[in-house]
Design a binder for this molecule. Structure first.
Ligand code: B12
Ligand code: SF4
Length: 513
């Protein structure tokens, strides 16, 4: 007998892309004969609710996507009803939730509903949030088990034991609730990435494969060339996960796939899913060793599918970008995060100069490459002036390379991150024990003492207008910051001017070509 597992992937409305974690668990379980199904929440929402794609276009962060609906139509049925019906039909032996902090609220609602309807099916919580906040999550009645850290070996043993009807309270990596106690086992050792099976995406909703890129929807598969990251940014979960594994003697969190294995992953996904784009979801793609990079470039030249990477600015060199462009690199995402060198170094622990950032970005301009720049505003100790430092460097970069796109998001104090503790010590955290996705949009969840919270809302609304319009518009932009009738009118007017300027620039560029 084998086990039947249902993984629930709670995700924000229309956030597409494939989660490697669940795909990896799915591959391991199927390899050992267990069966897996996946239920996601991405396409439940009302037609009036704006997708992140639309919100990003409205903030001038990316090109308008006209065909989003064609590939990701909404479900017309009710989430809760569908989930219960799904469980009724599939009759799983185990239900597993994969949880990020912003989706914890939704995970609680759904797990409580399931527990009420099916009290005998064990429910296990796993993912970054349960790993970084295990006591909070295991304290919740609807979760019977919790997986600490990477789950491939723990979930397999759990499913084997369930199938054999054996006790499962002594499995590495699992916390188990009994009637009167919680049994807390140490996390399991970290995986050797090169020997793990290739992530299995076959059980995911086909709509999750589609992501926008430069105004068009593409069928994409995610490939993770590494896990973890060598850096220390204070607002990010990766350094905390690194510390967690180190403290528990599990090994080094930051690991890379060999160049040969990366190519095997790519071929496997192409054969199984025929993507028209590849998204390397690795945090820092170019941290790859030279020997693996060479194999990658040589082999990818035969693949001929455009791809998109995320990397850190200090990994960019002309030779590497040129080599990647020749084999299909279409787009890059880079974290700029803050424009003030001192603040970036001290508060964010991102230590590079603006000069270096500009020089490396010039390599992209020279090679005719576009990129998205991620920016964050609303950090503790930030001021309006400091936000303008971020705007200023984005302006400089945009003037040097009009193919760039700037994204802005509001700092979120994720539990377990270094800046979370700083916010706590400084009395900036609100009453809510965790952040939900609704909190995340444009208003900070921090309790700023003055009106800085309102400043953040105003700056999110106008960030890209400040980046893209000449400074002669700055007086008008101050009016456009306000959500008043006059402010809205001005905002609309400036957006139109900005669109016109971009269209003219595009026409000039086309004429030159
Ligand atoms: C790729 C990526 C994405 C992808 C894919 C998301 C996904 N769920 O995998 C996309 C682009 C969609 C994405 C989006 C977002 N992301 Co993201 N993302 C990442 C990134 C860079 C890598 C994730 C990954 O592939 N890891 C590798 C896999 C193998 O690890 P894993 O997913 O943790 O899974 C393992 C274990 O956790 C465990 N496990 C996981 N689930 C389960 C379930 C069960 C039942 C069990 C037993 C075990 C288990 O086993 C897995 C295999 O070993 C991480 C950084 C990081 N270091 O985690 C951020 C990260 C996860 N993202 C983060 C955030 C905040 C977001 C967004 C909210 C951002 C936003 N504002 O839009 C959205 C929300 C997404 C949504 N679903 O709605 C945060 C989460 C913070 C937190 N404390 O919860 C992270 C940690 C980055 C950060 N800033 O700190 N993201
Ligand atoms: S470089 Fe990116 S993934 Fe690495 S610690 Fe910093 S924010 Fe996190």
């Amino acid at each position: 007998m084998k086990s039947k597992v249902l993984f629930i992937y709670p995700t924000q409305f229309r956030i597409t892309g494939l989660p490697i974690g669940l795909a990896s668990l799915s591959a391991v379980l199927k390899e050992h004969g267990h069966s897996v199904k996946i239920f996601d929440t991405a396409f439940y929402g009302s037609e009036t609710e704006k997708s992140q794609t639309i919100l990003r276009t409205e903030r001038l962060e990316s090109k308008e996507v006209k065909d989003e609906d064609t590939f990701t139509p909404l479900n017309t049925t009710l989430l809760e009803k569908d989930l219960i019906h799904y469980i009724h039909e599939y009759k799983p032996d185990l239900i597993g939730f994969s949880i990020l902090e912003t989706l914890y609220g939704m995970s609680l609602d759904l797990s409580r509903l399931i527990k009420k309807e099916y009290p005998d099916i064990p429910i296990v919580a796993g993912g970054v949030f349960p790993t970084l906040s295990p006591d909070l999550v295991i304290g919740e009645d609807s979760f019977d088990l919790l997986c600490l850290g990477e789950g491939e070996t723990s979930i397999l043993q759990l499913c084997d034991r369930l199938a054999e009807k054996k006790p499962y309270t002594n499995i590495e990596g699992l916390w188990t609730k009994t009637k009167d106690t919680i049994i807390k086992n140490e996390p399991s050792k970290l995986q050797d990435l090169n020997t793990l099976p290739i992530p299995d995406f076959t059980e995911f909703d086909s709509r999750l494969f589609y992501k926008p890129m430069q105004g068009k929807m593409y069928k994409m598969v995610n490939i993770a060339t590494s896990r973890g990251c060598p850096n220390q940014c204070t607002y990010c979960g990766s350094p905390q996960l690194k510390r967690f594994y180190k403290d528990h003697n599990c090994g080094l969190y930051y690991r890379n796939l060999s160049g040969k294995r990366i190519i095997e992953h790519i071929h496997y996904q192409i054969e199984n899913h025929s993507p028209d784009f590849i998204y390397f979801s690795t945090e820092n793609f170019l941290a790859m060793k030279e020997v693996d990079f060479k194999i990658f470039v040589e082999e990818y030249a035969k693949i001929k599918i455009p791809f998109w990477i995320q990397t850190r600015i200090d990994t960019i060199t002309k030779e590497r970008i040129r080599a990647l462009k020749e084999v299909g690199l279409y787009w890059l995402t880079l974290g700029l995060e803050h424009g003030n060198e001192e603040f970036r170094k001290k508060v964010l622990k991102r230590n590079y100069s603006n000069q270096l950032f500009i020089e490396r970005m010039d390599i992209l301009a020279e090679l005719g490459m576009g990129a998205s720049l991620n920016n964050i505003i609303g950090f503790p100790f930030e001021t309006r002036e400091l936000i303008f430092d971020t705007i200023r460097i984005n302006r400089q970069l945009y003037a040097r390379n009009p193919l760039l796109e700037s994204n802005v998001c509001v700092f979120t104090p994720f539990r377990g991150c270094e800046l979370y503790s700083v916010c706590k010590e400084n009395g900036l955290l609100g009453d809510a024990p965790y952040t939900t996705s609704q909190d995340q949009d444009e208003r900070s969840v921090l309790n700023f003492k003055d009106d800085f919270g309102d400043t953040i809302v105003r700056m999110v609304r106008t960030f890209n207008l400040y980046v893209k319009l000449p400074e002669s518009y700055y007086d008008d932009l101050e009016i456009a910051e306000e959500s008043t009738t006059e402010g809205d009118r001005m905002h609309e007017k400036l957006l139109n001017i900005c669109h016109q300027r971009e269209q003219e620039a595009q026409r000039t560029l086309n004429a030159r070509k």
